[in-house]
Design a protein around this ligand. Structure first.
Ligand SMILES: CC(C)(COP(=O)(O)OP(=O)(O)OC[C@H]1O[C@@H](n2cnc3c(N)ncnc32)[C@H](O)[C@@H]1OP(=O)(O)O)[C@@H](O)C(=O)NCCC(=O)NCCSC(=O)C[C@H](O)C(=O)O
Ligand SMILES: [Mg+2]
Length: 280
């Protein structure tokens, strides 16, 4: 199970020096420094230099992920070579099959890879992509996916559910981090909260974000709350007592507690500890 927090994963255009500086004090668990869609062609090379300088600064415990341009563009290979070892991970856009990761893996020996899951082919090949030995995490690209599907944005995200579900299954089958897509209306806090709650209930580790105003909701909603932690501690105590008495199943608040529930309870407590350590 994943215990490092990825509640809030903030995109920052690598062409925006002010935002990259600001991010050093923001409460994001991870930052995606974007060289791809948020950067115009004219800014691609200057952004690469700006980012190289920005990454010399201290980002505290925030995970630093660089989203490179695709290898089918004139910038992709140079981006990959420039940031191998300079960041915590390299995020590959529009991954359609596991071989797309092989090509980047060869350019960045040793660097953990993340995959943007945002094309119909990516959804259909999610299991093979998640199984890639260098893959650490997946990020849903729901804007690109909606575009490629010819689907419409809906509050219930019904058109996206098949893809979200396939990627979740693949990530969990292979023990990878998986982060939900962005909520574009960054001033609509109620809408964001509803989408975070939906993503959390589906099993995502966190939400990718586009504006600092979205951090608070994601950090709160993807963290275990006080009631959940209290229940986790009581489940562990009840189960340990049952075991000591020779029983394999405990009953707490009228519900059974088995070893699988205890496993989840321990993971939630570990996540809360990791969040507390980040805050500290
Ligand atoms: C959406 C924005 C263009 C809005 O920018 P702006 O108008 O400057 O916002 P504010 O004036 O409200 O900003 C207030 C302060 O916050 C800083 N700021 C803004 N955004 C960020 C950020 N992302 N990270 C860090 N800091 C940020 C401003 O500098 C202001 O600071 P100060 O000077 O102290 O007042 C902008 O938010 C933005 O560019 N967001 C990121 C957009 C992006 O990266 N898009 C690409 C990723 S989304 C995507 O592609 C997903 C996927 O691929 C898919 O297919 O779905
Ligand atoms: Mg995209």
């Amino acid at each position: 199970m994943i215990t490092r927090p990825y509640r809030s994963v903030l995109y920052i255009p690598a062409s925006n020096a002010r935002a990259m500086e600001k991010a050093r004090t923001l409460s994001a668990d991870a930052i995606i420094f974007d060289l791809e869609d948020a950067v115009t062609p004219a800014e691609k090379l200057p952004a690469r230099d700006l980012l190289a300088r920005a990454l010399l600064a201290d980002y505290g415990g925030r995970t630093r992920i660089v989203r490179i341009n695709g290898l089918d563009t004139e910038w992709g290979e140079g981006d990959a070579r420039a940031f191998a070892g300079a960041a915590d991970a390299v995020l590959v856009p529009k991954v359609g099959r596991a071989a797309d990761l092989d090509r980047v893996a060869a350019l960045v020996p040793g660097a953990p890879l993340w995959a943007m899951m945002e094309t119909p082919a990516g959804m259909l090949n999610a299991a093979a992509i998640a199984a890639h030995p260098r893959l650490q995490g997946m990020v849903m690209g729901t804007n690109d996916l909606l575009k490629d599907l010819g689907a419409r944005t809906r509050p219930d995200r019904q058109p996206l559910m098949a893809g979200l579900g396939l990627c979740l299954l693949a990530a969990r089958a292979h023990g990878r981090v998986i982060v939900d897509g962005v909520y574009n209306a960054f001033q609509d806090t109620a809408g964001l909260r509803a989408e975070c709650e939906q993503g959390r209930d589906m099993g995502f580790d966190g939400k990718s974000l586009i504006h600092p105003a979205q951090l608070e909701a994601a950090n709160e909603i993807f963290a275990p709350d006080a009631d959940e932690l209290d229940l986790a501690r009581r489940q562990i105590a009840a189960f340990e007592q049952a075991r000591a008495e020779g029983r394999g199943v405990a009953v707490l608040d009228g519900r059974i507690v088995e070893n699988l529930h205890v496993e989840t309870a321990r993971a939630r407590l570990k996540l809360a500890e990791a969040i507390a350590a980040r805050a500290g």
